[in-house]
Design a protein around this ligand. Structure first.
Ligand code: AHR
Length: 502
């Protein structure tokens, strides 16, 4: 089977916003406690943060991390997480039916973010709280001093403001599971007033308004139209979330699901364009895809805690999906979609980062380890920054119940800003056949293969574990670039990254 096409350096979709490769840490399960924070762990730093986890976050080069939720934020009092640790209250977290010790709050998380070489994207509680707590939190986090909340921050040990640029106005406010769920009109009003107040503090900040929690919501996409109608002129992004699952064990259908993701993005881009025209606005609004991942392996096991049949455990095992090789291919396809739609999707957050539906796992007192999906995520983040290119590619495909023509090869291309390399991210969805890829390279000058990595040949259900990272990239061979033409045989059910340099 052959796939033939052209990559042209002038066919630019967009410059990828590095924040497309962000992630997410929620106070949920073991993401924070025994995830990023474990005082007493052999690698713990002076703040009790695990250095082995920080090292892996740095390895993945995570540009931004959304915090502190998620559903959690809709019942969170940020003030509970400041001041002397021994005086912080234990709260019942209604979102995840757990106890929250508040031993980690904004100071500890900000220090961790600095150590992990990432920046913060903070969410405010528009569920159980509202404008007043949001504006106080902003003043605490971003004001230099000389006011009530900023002086309290200084008293609590942090002299300089953190200067957080991007703020989420609540989380999944359309969801029936959300504490303080709202109708689109209720949410549109409170989001508008909150953004207006926060902008009155600093006009240059960026705000993310909640879109639909998923395209399966009954209110989608009218929700977006209503919420944008209220907020268009005071916000910068609309947030979308999507999780992927393969309960049916149908690989062909599973690996085609990014067609649904593409539709979701296209539809909301249309709603944004409609609202812009309706408002006669000159301003652009983009998509913040601030929760996405595979999430289904652990759902059954989590019921007991989530339904409250386990009492109020602190940092229970929750959402600990163990990812297999099939999920590598899925994550590769999702990331490719984001690169191809980087004209409208500016921020993306892999949900989540540590232990909770995460690429990084930890054993309490033991090692941190990389899940199978760590690798396509880290590769995209490290090598997928620059100009996303619009490839033309003729490739045979297949149809599913929801997509008429899914090409066997899913490909995204980025001309990297840093070293000028052309990086191709390729997934072969074909279950038995290799696809011979031939790509004419135009406008790049002479190129040669400078890096070629592959994940292939594994059982689809194979997983990694502590001390056993067997599902990992290895050097590939056989790709060549000569005379302005790349040729590579892409093996069945494989993830491949080929980099072409001068
Ligand atoms: O990421 C896990 C949960 O999924 C988040 O808390 C919530 O926003 C979404 O439903």
């Amino acid at each position: 089977m052959r796939a033939v096409g052209t990559a042209h350096s002038g066919y630019v979709v967009s410059t990828v916003d590095p924040r497309l490769y962000g992630s997410f840490v929620e106070h949920l399960g073991r993401a924070v406690y025994s995830g990023i924070y474990e005082p007493g762990h052999p690698t713990a730093d002076k703040n009790g943060m695990r250095q082995d986890v920080i090292d892996l976050v740095r390895e993945a080069d995570v540009p931004i991390v959304r915090y502190p939720g998620g559903n959690f934020v809709s019942v969170y009092n940020w003030e509970d997480g400041i001041g002397p640790r021994e005086e912080r209250p234990v709260r019942l977290d209604l979102a995840w039916h757990s106890s929250e010790s508040n031993q980690v709050g904004i100071h500890e998380f900000a220090d961790w973010a600095e150590a992990a070489n990432t920046s913060m994207m903070l969410a405010v509680n528009l569920g159980s709280r509202g404008l007043e707590s949001a504006r106080a939190f902003l003043e605490y986090v971003n004001h230099p001093g000389g006011s009530h909340w900023s002086d309290l921050r200084r008293k609590n040990g942090r002299e300089d403001p953190w200067n957080v640029r991007i703020w989420c106005l609540g989380n999944e406010m359309d969801g029936s599971w959300q504490i303080g769920q709202k109708t689109a009109d209720e949410y549109g009003r409170i989001a508008f007033e909150t953004a207006k107040a926060m902008r009155a503090f600093d006009k240059s900040l960026e705000f993310v308004v909640c879109g639909s929690s998923s395209p399966k919501m009954a209110t989608y996409p009218a929700w977006e139209a209503t919420v944008l109608d209220y907020t268009y002129n005071v916000i910068d992004y609309i947030s979308l979330h999507m999780y992927f699952e393969n309960h049916a064990g149908n690989t062909a259908d599973y690996l085609a699901q990014n067609a649904r993701l593409e539709d979701y993005i296209t539809t909301i881009a249309g709603v944004i364009a409609y609202t812009k025209a309706k408002k006669r606005s000159k301003k652009d609004v983009y998509i913040s895809f601030d929760e996405w991942n595979v999430w289904y392996h652990s759902r059954e096991a989590d019921r007991k805690v989530v339904e409250g049949r386990a009492g109020w455990p602190h940092a229970p095992t929750l959402l600990e999906d163990i990812y297999n090789f099939e999920d590598v291919l899925q994550v590769g396809c999702i990331l490719n979609t984001f690169i191809r739609r980087s004209d409208v999707v500016k921020v993306g957050c892999l949900a989540q980062l540590v232990n909770v539906i995460a690429p990084i796992m930890t054993v309490p007192g033991g090692p941190a380890w990389r899940q199978t999906t760590f690798f396509p995520y880290a590769y995209a983040s490290r090598y997928g920054r620059g100009k996303a290119l619009n490839l033309s590619l003729e490739c045979p495909g297949y149809s599913t119940g929801f997509a008429a023509s899914v090409p066997y090869l899913d490909v995204a291309a980025v001309e990297t800003g840093a070293d000028g390399a052309l990086t191709l991210f390729i997934v072969n969805r074909h279950q038995t056949e290799a696809v011979d890829l031939e790509l004419a390279l135009e406008g790049f000058g002479d190129r040669k293969v400078i890096m070629d990595k592959v994940m292939e040949g594994h059982d689809l259900r194979a997983v990694n574990g502590p001390g056993a990272e067997t599902i990992a990239p290895r050097d590939a061979s056989g790709a060549s670039a000569a005379g302005g033409r790349l040729v590579a045989s892409i093996t069945p059910l494989s993830y491949r990254m080929i980099r072409l340099g001068a």
